[in-house]
Design a protein around this ligand. Structure first.
Ligand code: ADP
Ligand code: MG
Length: 327
């Protein structure tokens, strides 16, 4: 059974970045307002995610690390109306099977907390402890029992770079949540969590980048587009500044990359990309996120209309905002 879990784990837990993303999404699903992340050794030595969310009931804690123990869907039809980030109950069991995991958790109603320890998918202990309400998940020695996967990783610096990029994106998705990212002796990111997206952008990308952004917004019955896009003179030579959210979920989308380029057409030099943070809110039935286990890729049902709308909204806001030079 452990073998099967380790194979399944490969799909959800590809690298340290995926662990961080899954743990942060769980914290968000639990209603956290403050999430503190610590990473050592590019994530293979330590990943710790601490939240002040709802916590896990003592009787549910063991179940949470067993396969398919999700509390988030009661019937398969719920998948069409998905509002939480997690939904398959695969993340914790997968992470538990390829690491030394501990979960310390307490609900606000319980007087004491619980600490559960699992090693390579094997239950070690569960003990009562004192702790504040919320959850701390500590992942040590990631991939210690799957050498093939461990060998596949890049340098600690590269892995950490991917983590910090993702934490930046996650914190922009939720400006109402205070995020911090720590590396030994170093706080690398700290967002205020006061609900202001532009202040979160300033915390992630710097005040200078934030000053060069213009707000965008659009709303009809079934679609809301909001966020910030950079003024056309502020461009990058790569797509690294493109950040997209769909109903609060960080996604990658070729379609949206292209829609952005269309919105800036002739306003920026070819082969350059703006910086943007764009949120779409639309009914979950208008797209499918279950196309990839890491849930990063998204498939929209009305692709053409959507990309035309995004390009239009960006362009209108750009042209209204500042006098333009054409390329
Ligand atoms: P999923 O998120 O798909 O439901 P996970 O394996 O990520 O599955 O988590 C399993 C369950 O453990 C969740 O459904 C949730 O009930 C609980 N859980 C995990 N992390 C947290 C957390 N940080 N706070 C509260 N509950 C959590
Ligand atoms: Mg989850």
């Amino acid at each position: 059974e452990h073998c099967i879990n380790q194979i399944a784990a490969g799909e959800v837990v590809e690298r340290p970045l995926s662990v961080v993303k899954e743990l942060v999404e769980n914290a968000l699903d639990a209603g956290a307002r403050k999430i503190d992340i610590s990473v050592e050794g590019g994530g293979t030595a330590l990943i710790r995610v601490k939240d002040d969310g709802a916590g896990i009931l003592a009787e549910d804690l063991r179940l949470a690390v067993l396969p398919h123990a999700t509390s988030k869907i009661s019937a398969i039809t719920d998948l069409d109306d998905l509002r939480t980030l997690g939904f398959r109950g695969e993340a914790l069991p997968s992470i538990a099977s390829v690491s030394k995991l501990s979960i310390m958790t307490r609900t606000p109603d319980d007087v004491a907390g619980q600490e559960l320890k699992v090693e390579g998918g094997t239950f070690l202990s569960m003990t009562e402890i004192g702790c504040p309400p919320g959850t701390v998940v500590t992942v040590n020695d990631l991939f210690y029992n799957t050498p093939a996967r461990h060998k596949f990783l890049r340098s600690a610096v590269t892995e950490f770079g991917w983590i910090s990029d993702m934490v930046g994106r996650l914190s922009l998705a939720r400006p109402d949540v205070a995020f911090s990212l720590r590396h030994p002796n170093n706080i690398l990111l700290h967002t205020p969590g006061n609900g202001s997206l532009i202040e979160a952008i300033a915390a992630v990308s710097g005040n200078d980048a934030a000053r060069k952004m213009l707000p965008i917004s659009y709303q009809d019955e079934s679609l809301e587009i909001s966020g910030y896009v950079s003024m056309p003179e502020h461009v990058r030579s790569s797509r690294s500044g493109l950040t997209f959210f769909v109903n609060g979920r960080v996604i990658r989308s070729q379609l949206m990359n292209q829609a952005i380029k269309d919105g800036y057409h002739t306003l920026i030099p070819a082969n350059t990309y703006p910086v943007c943070v764009i949120s779409l809110n639309l009914p979950p039935s208008d797209y499918d996120v279950n196309v990839h286990p890491a849930k990063l890729e998204i498939k929209f049902k009305e692709e053409k209309n959507l990309s035309r709308k995004i390009a239009e909204v960006i362009r209108k806001n750009l042209l209204d905002g500042v006098p333009m030079r054409r390329y």
